[in-house]
Design a protein around this ligand. Sequence first.
Ligand SMILES: [Zn+2]
Length: 482
Amino acid sequence: MSSANLTREETAARSASVTVRKVHVELDLRDAPNSQQLVFDTTTTLVFDATASETWIDFIGESVGRLTVNGVERSVEYDGARVEVRDLAASNTVIIEGKGVYSRSGEGLHRFVDPVDGETYLYTQYEPADSRRVMACFEQPDMKASYTFVVHAPAGWHVLSNQSVATLRDRDGAQTVEFAPTLPMSSYITSVAAGPYHRVDAAWTRGEQSVALGVFCRPSLSAFLEEEEIIEITRQGLDFFTDSFDFAYPWGKYDQIFVPEYNLGAMENPGIVTFTEAYLSRGAATDAQRGGRANTILHEMAHMWFGDLVTMRWWDDLWLKESFADYMGAHASVAATRFTDAWVRFAANRKAWAYEQDQLPTTHPIVADITDLEAAKLNFDGITYAKGASVLKQLVAFVGEDQFFEACAGTSPHMPTATRRWKICWCSSKTSLGERPRLVEGVAGNEWRIDAVARGRRRWPADAGAERSASASLARRAVRPR
Ligand SMILES: [Zn+2]
């Protein structure tokens, strides 16, 4: 097995012995416009505690030039995917200097030259495990850290990351942008974009909270951006989710950028959501197309809370954040926007996708057994997204919408930021669209849970005795009223 394929078992052991605190990433992208230049310098400083004497740090690049552990330069042991780190102390500072490779596949730091203006546009895409193509890191969702990005880029470019710019210095025809440290977050949702993008600024204000909204695309598509509609949906979504989750948007600003040659629909990087340019119509768009775009904007926005703020431990819970966001994309469209037919389109498109994939030999339970990254990559499909969302829709119909959202909002504000994780358990692994979910329960005291079923508004059917007793035990846990 390639050492790039991380397993559930070894990553669980790593997170048990390593507690990551801070990660500082410095990227030198000044030569990006030179297409002959295939690599870029990347320097990562990782601060972490360890109970083991050695571990590894993930990096997929051209080379690792230098490794420093607690101030001492060490010989580099690098196999193309892992950097071995030995002689660790209780608290450690590890610096890894390497050369990353500009991507042409959409994995890692993608580089695109627009044939219209000849300019270079960069953006990152990582899920499930490609941030290690840009920085050295602990590439697993449960090892959250505060990230600080520093980017050297050509002068005049917009340089974006999850956070707002803290300092900006111009020197010798280039700029150095340092971003504010992020909240604790997983590596796969960190992000950087840079280039002479077209930019539209707006804001969303709610009470004392004001969130800067940015909408970006390359200038040659700016005539098709329809920023007013995008910003309107964004504001409607932020209003809706703030109320529904009873938790203020936590990531500072909210940028949305339409990027070229994107190999998926959109990605929920906190504070900088990336979208495919396919959402920008060069001709007259149908209302169904606009509704589809609104749905995706809201799907990614739901992830700001569920997926980004609270996060799966490992990829076998991918279905939960995706089913939840897929459900919320349609639900919020109906509840908060003019696209009130979103569930009709869900039934005609998303759910049809689930039916289709469910008939293939490759079908699998919604809650799949994801033993390693290779399995995780295979799981971004109609089962994980749309079939799961269909089952969640049944759950909401069963327990009641008010109870469902009360449970969603009920626990998250009380959890410590660094350890927000969640998990939902179903009664069996052979979930199907016709099967009722048994119970949704938390796995630990401080982890997020939906225990709407335990609220007692509806009784479980007579053939579900085991479920009733499980509900009763959960009913003793108080849910904070909204
Ligand atoms: Zn999603």
